[in-house]
Design a protein. Structure first.
Lengths: 424, 424, 424, 424
């Protein structure tokens, strides 16, 4: 009665771009064809490309980050036909494991150039930057972030069921409205509408279908309430049990954008430790689960083996909704969290890291970002907690400051720009 | 060599309103006189009134909540002269313990009427409501929230050093600007500017000083980046070590608004388990600490005994920045967290609680609110985690739903309004 | 509808010896009279003397420890009549809180002289010693153990229901048999049989009853499987729910020997931070619970707020069942744990503590003692874990050793004996 | 600058017995030749056979367990030459990961027959039994233990450096003395002395060396204080950093006996989830570390990702040193832990499991075994905690008992013996 190895339903090729691989796709659309069928109760392994489909390389410069083609993201494995799933059901997905690929034991965290992607702090740090992480078992270290080591809270950045045609229409409409109304006030894109260029419809071979997907397919950048998608929740890690609404026959579940680790907020946008990897999932169905669970958005039960640094091993920064230039915002948790990030940068740079290194660290390490108070008008308060034990030196407030040579992260070749921002 | 009992530097009277007690005050101003002097290295006990100064009573109606006088908040104990603290220093405050007063073993959580205070969900739940909690040792239960019991993550809602005259001016200016620019778009107050009515200047006896404080004193409602104040951080609990910037001689540290428990966000505004209590604090000083620690806002190291329900004992709801009416917001974590709250209400009401009960529960129980992804334009994603083990029945997605009679929270006498809101 | 303060069913007097106080007793016997009646569902507060009934004082010598009168222990509050409890029932006791008495904010840990009590390591450390701990809120520190601070995992050393006459007889018989068969091989007492001298029968006034209790009453030193008693389980702390078999009408529940903190093993015998204090308990009954739960010994569900130092913040020592002189024992976990203790002493003394100080520390701090492997003949393996963060300097294996002057614990006046034991 | 996959220094063959594979060995002896050299700072992968070298198969009977050949254990990978390690040094081994082999995703837990191996409870459960576990990612389930699922706290049962000739002699002498003095009182082996039959000297080809190892080589069954070996510590899991004394040039480090999961005590002897697997280790050296760290036995710092069920999710049984027949033992933690195991069996069998199933469960699941009090003469007290959430039904004391059909574990074909033991 030997047990067979767990079945792989997707394998990926690390030597070819994502759009050359029909087992992945990069747009949300109900017409992307199934790549495989999975039975209820079955556990399968699914290999995933890194989100850019092999655009980023293991080097000490950030030219690849600067020039990344953001029409060619995210490459997702699937969609999968979960046998018997019907619209109205709840698809239950248990994350049995996530691992980097044994054949590529590294990942990266990037800061996009403000003119090509940007990020949470691009007002202060507009340049492209990168850190390469070595992945050894459960640990990550980086030559670009010396004296730091942590255990990855490994997870998929993206999981989701396919939208119905109606939901897809709703997405495109509401995001289009936003873009129409506020884009003129922003210098980076506020929403990414369907983009035919480099749309990848997976296994689709019918030209009309391919064109339809290219024209209508929702971009994978935002998470969306109806199906999850790119939610980037670091605690959706090993052992989690997730409940998704089903909108189309067979659920058309897709997964990708695997992260070895991420901080709450994933602030640099390319901000986790991005990697190619393999995820082990088990599927089941709650018939009529949308109604039964009052399920308008995914819910989940986290796993039982997250990093446990001990609650008192975090140094915690408070951030309020007053901008860095002293402007009062109204109960704005986003502004408040940005301020907490800035406080952390000012604190950590005293040890010798430059601001871009810290930005990468806050993005990729297991940082805790909490909403604290959100009703004390006009200030929202958030907290950002850094586990002190990921450093091999003492960063506590009691530590004696010894400014070390802590190198630098990767920048564009021959870069010459400030790496410290003087906040007011 | 007997050790003396720990010295009380403040005692409060539960039978008199806050403004009749000179050992407390309710405005932030550098001229509020010291009530006591505390030595560096000394541990002291400080009794605190509940934040309203005894306005709320232990009853089954919410008339007291509806009629609360919000010009008469928050009553803070102090300010204290920390011997030797100088502007530029960092004041280190260690929270040795927080306890309800033995003579008043109950607390309350309130939902303010939309016309008098409001809260995070006042668009859907405009009425006043209340839950009274019995506090037995570390546990809280409420006759208004049956079948729930939890351990309090007990903490002060407010701690802070006094602002300098310059900082106070800055506060009043920037909050005034906000009010001037956006108040007309809101039906609740967006900021509370200095309010002479019911200003309480503590021990001040000089009439000119009293009037100055009344006229200029900053309200205690918002936390503020410069000194913390009403930050409402649930994890700032027993064992925490907090680092505050000092702006005036002696620091003029004040504390109050004790909470037996609170959820992340404190969403109903009067939203923790509010109580009178006693806090035990130890003080020390890092000379020139503002510069040494790059300390623009308070930081802290949490304690080592928070509630530990186990990471996999939370049911977690995802919330995205699309409003409840389907409008797309831009990377708005506040909207996203509101959606997570709504998802939790829709889920929990299936068991028999009404929406106001759940609103009170999310406010006061040890709810985890995280910023998940804040860069995936246009959607911020937040999560709200409810510890399943605070219920004495199974609330997991696998639970069979048995609708129970779970009573109701306190409303205004003879109230007659909907207790369930139909979201789109 | 004001809630009354929680009812005290026992108050103690710190100025009088235990045997002058009828609300406590120091022998287990079914005939010790009830002191109070408690209703099912009622929560009460119970003050307790320290276990010796005020024999130990806050000084810098250990003469009180050396001369302690061990016929006068442990003074337990009660017994209490739990209304309606019947033989065969299960008594459910919820620990709502434990606190030191506000009027005596200190405790002590002692090492008994080998000739009067002894302890786990009395072969190497035969002298009397003591450490006084200051108790400030949740924290303990000691002038006799400098550079150490920890949060107390506070708990009662003793809780138990009264034995029936039959069970009492069984206890005396089986412990008598042990004493008869092996006492001649030991130089400390292997069991303490009923001891009329200083027997304290609580409220009993009938001379015949007093004499019967003195003659037959079981000593309180050992925990016993039938009812728990002096189990000294550090995790039986705040929030725990305990299930006791009931053998007599009304259960006759007693409690005492409160510990502010204790390490697994409580190795120095007087080995916790012993204190006078107050415990808040809630009682209920499972009728016929002995049969229903197959309840031959107490069971419990621990609380949710124990110290959480983080699993990776412990330095862990392995101990095997080979004695310190190289003799092989057979699967002896007791020997194995002793070896782990010795390894910890050898390790910690390098920093400047003397062995007696470390012995006191391992006894009283939140040390983790695990049974690891107990079947690998002939060696049992145990582990002893010390939380590194209770020290304010680095004790990790990577730490540079800087031998500090770390003072000493209290010894007998003018003591002159080795404080370091040279193990083979 | 591509990173190469991590180097494998050992691969194993699952189709051949252990003694046919020269990259493994099964005796401790300084003369077993190195299989590979590993550099300081290098991270390597090491495949390991299951401890029996493929003797156990995935079936529903326990004949393989009954007939296991215990002269042919444990097959360890190595020994490895850690470049530069010298006697007197400390070898630091960081466990980066442990995984089952992808090609064999199952493991087993066995109860040995009393006449061939036995175990902690063989007085009551003398028959052979087995449970096969399916390993899917981090989770284990077993068709022989239905309704149970848990995350593996995965670890090597055995790690150790080679003994010097002198230490080896000491081992054989002291274990020989034990055997000589007490074997006649036991019906199972109290120690296993060197056994030439089926000795496997790894890569050794010199006949004299092979014979020397066969004659003198220490058995791998016990852990030993000098080097660790078969310590079976469940928390020596992923992320742990271990410190071993070095006795011979190159350290001659060996590893094996990988466990997917184990309870404290590993009570059934073949008692973990035994598996073939791969371990990822990183090596470094502290020169002269034995003296520097006072290192007589291995020490370790555990990892930061153990199972975290929440402290209040354990049902905890107390065990005292009174035997199951009512005999009083003297401070015997081994007896006390056995009693705690019996209490757990009596409790769990009410739900429908038979005693052998529970024995297997206590052995293999993440059970917590603590030493509680070890000085309260004559009773040692231990505790055994079972995480309630590994069951998919409620096992709390409040649960309504519904006796289910929970199948059985594997027994010998056509077995017919009691599966419930009636304790007094």
């Amino acid at each position: 009665m030997p047990i067979e190895p767990i079945r792989y339903v997707t394998k990926v090729d690390l030597s070819k771009p994502g759009d050359a691989q029909p087992q992945v796709h990069n747009r949300w659309h109900p017409d992307v064809p199934f790549t495989e069928t999975i039975k209820v109760g079955e556990t399968v392994k699914i290999e995933c490309l890194d989100w850019t489909g092999n655009q980023i390389v293991n080097t000490d410069d950030a030219n690849d980050i600067k020039d990344v083609d953001l029409t060619r993201i995210h490459y997702l494995s699937g969609p999968f036909n979960i046998e018997g799933a019907k619209p109205g059901d709840c698809l239950v997905v248990e994350i049995k494991d996530v691992q980097p690929l044994e054949r590529q034991p590294w990942g990266y965290c990037g800061i996009f150039h403000k003119s090509n992607g940007g990020g949470f702090l691009d007002g202060f740090y507009p340049e492209a930057a990168k850190a390469i992480f070595d992945l050894e078992g459960i640990h990550a270290t980086s030559r670009h972030l010396p004296n730091v080591k942590f255990t990855g809270l490994i997870h998929p950045g993206i999981m989701g069921t396919a939208p119905s045609a109606g939901i897809l229409k709703e997405w495109n409409s509401r995001e289009g409205s936003l873009k129409a109304s506020i884009q003129h006030n922003h210098d980076t894109s506020v929403a990414n509408l369907p983009e035919p260029i480099n749309s990848h419809a997976g296994k689709a071979s019918d030209k009309a279908i391919i064109e339809k997907i290219a024209k209508e397919g929702a971009r994978t950048i935002p998470g969306r309430p109806e199906h999850g998608g790119n939610c980037d929740i670091k605690n959706l890690s090993r052992g989690s049990k997730c409940y998704f609404p089903v909108y189309v026959e067979g659920a058309k579940f897709s997964v990708g954008d695997l992260h070895f680790s991420q901080g709450d907020g994933e602030i640099s946008f390319c901000g986790a430790i991005e990697m190619a990897g393999v995820i082990t999932l088990k599927f089941s169905i709650i018939p009529n689960g949308i109604e039964k669970l009052a399920l308008k958005s995914p819910i989940f039960i986290p796993g039982d083996v997250p990093n446990n640094y001990g609650p008192s091993r975090y140094i915690t920064f408070e951030g309020f909704s007053v901008t860095e230039t002293g402007e009062q915002q109204y109960l704005d948790a986003t502004t408040a969290y940005r301020q907490a990030c800035i406080r952390a940068i000012e604190y950590l740079r005293r040890f010798g890291y430059n601001d871009y290194q810290i930005y990468l660290l806050l993005s990729s390490a297991p940082i805790e970002g909490h909403i604290a108070g959100i009703v004390d008008v006009p200030n929202a308060c958030t907290t950002l907690g850094i586990p002190m034990d990921i450093f091999d030196f003492d960063i506590s407030p009691e530590a004696e400051i010894v400014r070390q040579d802590l190198g630098t992260c990767a920048f564009v070749k021959n870069a010459d720009h400030p790496v410290i921002y003087k906040f007011k």
